[in-house]
Design a protein around this ligand. Structure first.
Ligand code: IMP
Length: 203
């Protein structure tokens, strides 16, 4: 039997990935009510806590939040916590990618190093908040590649794959991604699951 957990996110890409990553142990349901809080924190952890606590105020069920971003070395870690709104407030994924690619135009080789980071916060009644972090190193591609995924996936090539996340399969991304690593750490902390077997967790 799985435990239902409300995910404090309306990002369809995140929701789809979290459902697949945590099944069959946790049943992830997106929280659709009310207005999401302003992400006013200066760290992924602060923002994840803000998002989780906003939902916690409405339900006693388990609540999970994901705050994540892309950090580019040559840009001193930008877009970082501002990844979702890099081009401007309310920007589309395409606009954010275009801004980043334009900024990276003069950089080649190691100067294109970057990493994705995800912080997950789980709130359960009677327990302290549980926070886990996952990261995935890689490089910013010269141009968009692939049709899958969301956000910056078409321009990020993880070190462990030879194509962008958008050109990789869901299972390939899950095996090496920041969110996949954080989700497996979360299951480990909850003493759920076991050895990660991508084949058994397709979703
Ligand atoms: P937030 O966590 O809601 O602040 O948004 C994180 C933003 O980072 C997303 O909107 C994406 O732009 C980006 N992001 C986070 N994780 C991923 C990923 O797995 N692939 C592509 N982009 C991501």
């Amino acid at each position: 039997m799985s435990v239902r957990v409300w995910l404090a996110s309306r990002n369809p890409g995140k929701v789809r990935e979290m459902k697949a990553l945590l099944a069959p142990y946790l049943e992830v349901c997106p929280w659709q009510r009310g207005q999401p809080p302003l992400e006013s924190g200066s760290s992924y952890l602060e923002n994840a806590l803000l998002k989780a606590q906003a939902v916690r105020a409405e339900t006693l069920d388990w609540v999970l939040a994901d705050d994540s971003g892309l950090e580019v070395e040559a840009l001193d870690g930008r877009p970082g916590v501002h990844s979702a709104r890099y081009a401007e407030e309310g920007a589309s994924d395409r606009e954010n990618r275009a801004k980043l690619l334009a900024e990276m135009a003069g950089f080649s080789g190691d100067a294109r190093r970057a990493r994705f980071v995800a912080v997950l916060v789980l709130l359960r009644l009677g327990y302290p908040a549980l926070a886990v972090e996952g990261s995935c190193p890689g490089t910013i591609a010269a141009a968009e590649q692939g049709e899958g995924g969301f956000g910056y996936d078409p321009i990020f090539v993880p070190d462990e794959l030879s194509v962008t996340f958008a050109a990789a399969s869901d299972l390939e991304k899950a095996a090496v991604s920041h969110r996949g690593r954080a989700a497996r750490q979360l299951l480990h902390e909850l003493q759920l699951g076991g050895v990660f077997d991508p084949g058994s967790r397709a979703g």
